[in-house]
Design a binder for this molecule. Structure first.
Ligand SMILES: NCc1[nH]cc(CCC(=O)O)c1CC(=O)O
Length: 331
């Protein structure tokens, strides 16, 4: 391959720049080519409306993809959870690198944990998924919290806590980690409490579908387990016919070891290598109704198998009434 500079299209936000910078270094390593960041402004960056009001998926993604399709940049990095579930034929998902911590976290005043928040505490999140699960948790654990819709970049959101407007905000651990603010976290939420968004914590590296050399080079950064996991999660989301702003959580990970098996035990090691658990949740934003299911099976070895896993769990969730929980609006 040539030693020409590769152009990486990126949003200007701190998170996007951090993610693109990390990938730029990694791509430079595997290709031996210099990588240049090209800043692109997206509709999601300039809009002041709440994400839920903009509607549709992928507001952050469209401008980057347009730049790719016009040949202005060679590849782009997206937060996988922001990608629409249908892949355009002209673009290839060349790599899904190893996933960062997928959990949601709380940044609260006075180093408070979720369960320490006082009665009437106001928690900011623009995500119906987070609202639904936090409100469900609050109901079942006797907490009295109010979820408050907010949006804005990570610094803006944490600012609501610093200036006393909110008691806490909910964010993704991965984003905070990447921008160097993981120390602001006051509580890492167990995925049993809040199941993350499909693809949360993972990145997607995308380039033109007809650039076979570049696809092969970027493919060196692919992590097959992460790719299988996020493929199953996004297939579940798609099969529920839900968008990125729907109250849907999904996570595919290693299943917990069953009781008699322990680390070092060859049987346990086999389980670690071969099994994957997929969990999905849908709920009303007020937390009164939820459908939450999980399935465990062999790690899907092909794209089609990962897709089938997500579809099968979605079908079970729909059979339990998931569709009726998704159209509802909290406000
Ligand atoms: N919705 C915006 C967005 N897209 C990706 C991340 C975090 C990084 C990731 O999940 O990979 C965030 C911020 C957040 O949810 O706190």
């Amino acid at each position: 391959m040539s030693d020409e500079t590769l152009r990486l299209g990126t949003r200007r936000s701190k998170l996007a720049m951090a993610q693109s910078g990390l990938v730029a270094d990694a791509v430079s390593q595997v290709t031996g080519r210099p990588v240049e960041l090209v800043e692109i402004t997206t509709y999601g960056d300039v809009s002041r409306e709440h994400l839920a009001q903009i509607g549709g998926t992928g507001v952050f993604v469209t401008a980057l993809r347009d730049a790719l399709l016009r040949g202005e940049v060679d590849f782009a990095v997206h937060s996988l959870k922001d990608l629409p579930t249908t892949q355009p034929a002209e673009l290839a998902l060349a790599a899904v690198p190893e996933r960062e911590d997928p959990r949601d976290v709380i940044v609260a005043r006075d180093a408070l944990k979720l369960t320490d928040l006082p009665r009437g505490a106001r928690i900011g999140t623009g995500s119906p998924r987070r609202m639904a699960q936090l409100n469900a948790y609050a109901r079942s654990h006797g907490l009295d919290i109010e979820t408050v819709p907010i949006r804005g970049n990570v610094d803006t959101r944490i600012g609501y806590v610093r200036d006393g407007e909110l008691d806490a905000v909910v964010l993704a651990a991965a984003g905070l980690h990447r921008i160097g603010r993981i120390d602001d976290v006051t509580d890492f939420l167990s995925v049993d409490t809040v199941l993350p968004a499909p693809g949360q914590g993972a990145l997607a590296i995308e380039c033109a579908a007809d650039n076979a050399d570049l696809i092969a080079a970027l493919g060196e950064l692919d992590d097959p387990f992460t790719r299988a996991a996020v493929t199953a999660e996004r297939s579940l989301l798609a099969a529920l016919e839900a968008g990125c702003s729907a109250p849907v959580g999904a996570l595919a990970d290693l299943p917990p070891l069953s009781a008699p098996l322990e680390r070092g035990d060859p049987q346990a090691d086999r389980q670690i290598v071969k099994e994957m658990r997929l969990r999905g949740v849908v709920g009303t934003t007020d937390g009164t109704r939820m459908v939450q299911l999980s399935t465990t099976g062999p790690v899907p070895e092909t794209h089609d198998r990962a897709m089938a896993l997500g579809r099968e769990l979605a079908a079970e969730m729909l059979a339990q009434g998931a569709a009726g929980l998704m159209g509802e609006r909290a406000h």
